[in-house]
Design a protein around this ligand. Structure first.
Ligand code: CS2
Length: 479
């Protein structure tokens, strides 16, 4: 079978949608950190559309750690397939990636590209944990990577370290700063990262403060359900396009990207490529993180305790879905204000979860709970308690996370989380009684004073925990 690459594109033209622009005439205008599946399914797709009307925004990828994606797609001229796998599967070859750097191999090259005058945007999908924010959303100076970058400003390791080195190099060259767009599921993402960059500058190079005071860092809401790639997908894509793609991506056809209004946003024809610019990003961000992501995490932990594997299976479980619906419609929606119908939004989200052709593993969603749950559920619980509103189902979801920690630890399954090792150790000692809850509240460190002091919250969490560990799959055999 032929390989997917630039030269072979004419041979697969019958089977897939190809880039509708001349890739050789494009110029790199965006640096993106974190070329994982979500970015390649989402932003790279939007920028592929943009290149049809504006050749100045091809993407240079920067991987902060691994060489996997580069090694897979560089031999295919950075081309790859997006398989939109709804009712009528559609194969599209994406051509917007025109450069690829693996930062640890040559950090200076990354700084050089950031300081290139053609670069207007720096985007990122490095997951919640990649920004090294603490539980208050502030830059965590105790993280070894941040400490390293303060000591080694010209040889950074972290995203924040590279951003600062890139901005410093631009200042030296007399160039304006780039605009930063964070595409991770963090609440208030742009503002938090701008504050983290300013804090870093204050510690490392206060002469930068003036240069970055007008840094544009709009908040964004990104959405498209993108499962991890497996061999079944590789085979399906190969059969369909008639070429071997080392790393195709599957996603639902639904996709949404909303960006808060920012200075010079007219440099790009955002509307033409389906990206919405809004003055009120908060309502979209809150709806998405609390309804979609809040439900996703809850379904993941509850689903794992009941032995389910993917989101679709979990939607077929009446007990789980009745709890999820109660949580969304009676607990979360009353906490959000929006000028669109949140009920319609929630119904469309639930419908998307019920897509049988998307094999979205709930184990994937269960990763990084200590970073995801504060944004997705704990904030809503705090608001509900302060407004005297119900939060039982949300508390049950947190209790399921606790039971999940015990289940993983006792079956010697690695917990993927920035505090995974600690959770594994603690999980091994859990007894299966209400005192586990006190231990986990302390150990996870993600419950703020309001929650720790709320008797009603602690009592509810304890009783829900006992329910959570009563599921057969959750039982602590050696407790
Ligand atoms: C999911 C998200 O893995 C997860 O935690 O909740 O990746 C979710 O699929 C996306 O945010 C959808 O846009």
């Amino acid at each position: 079978m032929i390989a997917l690459n630039q030269e072979n594109l004419p041979l697969i033209a019958q089977n897939a949608i190809l880039p509708k622009y001349n890739r050789d005439e494009t110029q790199i205008g965006v640096v993106h950190f974190g070329p994982g599946v979500f970015h390649r399914a989402h932003q790279a797709y939007y920028f592929d559309k943009l290149l049809e009307i504006n050749p100045n925004y091809a993407i240079c990828e920067v991987s902060l750690h691994s060489t996997n994606v580069r090694d897979a797609i560089l031999p295919q001229d950075n081309l790859y397939t997006i398989a939109q796998i709804d009712a009528e599967p559609k194969m599209q070859i994406i051509g917007s990636i025109m450069g690829f750097l693996v930062a640890p191999e040559n950090p200076q090259k990354v700084i050089d590209v950031l300081a290139n005058e053609n670069i207007k945007f720096v985007t990122s999908t490095i997951t919640e944990k990649g920004y090294y924010l603490d539980n208050q959303g502030k830059l965590d100076f105790s993280a070894p990577e941040i400490a390293h970058d303060l000591e080694n400003p010209n040889n950074p390791k972290s995203y924040i370290g590279f951003i600062m080195a890139g901005l410093r190099a631009r200042k030296v060259k007399g160039l304006p700063p780039f605009t930063i767009i964070i595409c991770d599921n963090l609440s208030n993402n742009g503002n938090l990262i701008k504050a983290a960059i300013i804090d870093f500058a204050r510690q490392s190079d206060s002469q930068m403060l003036d240069y970055i005071k007008n840094l544009q860092c709009p908040c964004t809401m990104v959405d498209s359900i993108t499962p991890a790639t497996d061999d079944a997908l590789r085979n399906r894509v190969a059969a369909k396009i008639g070429a071997k793609d080392n790393w195709p991506i599957a996603r639902e056809s639904f996709t949404q990207w909303i960006i808060e209004d920012f200075e010079n946003n007219n440099e790009i024809e955002w509307q033409k490529i389906g990206v919405e610019i809004t003055k009120d990003i908060k309502q979209y961000e809150r709806a998405k993180l609390k309804i979609l992501n809040g439900a996703h995490s809850s379904m993941a932990y509850f689903g794992i305790l009941k032995g389910h594997k993917n989101v679709y299976d979990t939607t077929q479980d009446k007990e789980i879905m009745s709890l999820i619906k109660d949580m969304i419609f009676n607990e979360i929606i009353p906490l959000i204000n929006a000028d669109f119908s949140l009920e319609n939004y929630a119904n469309s989200v639930l419908k998307r979860f019920e897509n049988p052709v998307i094999d979205h593993q709930i184990s994937q969603i269960s990763w990084d709970g200590s970073k995801k749950l504060p944004v997705r559920l704990l904030q809503s619980i705090i608001e509900a308690i302060s407004q005297n509103k119900p939060f039982e189902n949300m508390a049950f979801a947190i209790a399921c996370w606790f039971a999940f920690i015990g289940k993983m630890a006792k079956s010697n399954t690695k917990i993927i989380d920035p505090i995974g090792e600690k959770l594994n150790q603690i999980g091994k000692g859990l007894k299966g009684d209400i005192y586990d809850v006190d231990i986990l509240i302390d150990a996870t460190g993600i419950f703020d004073e309001t929650l720790r002091q709320s008797q009603i919250f602690i009592d509810t969490l304890k009783s829900k925990y006992i329910k959570a560990i009563s599921y057969k799959e959750a039982q602590y055999e050696n407790a």
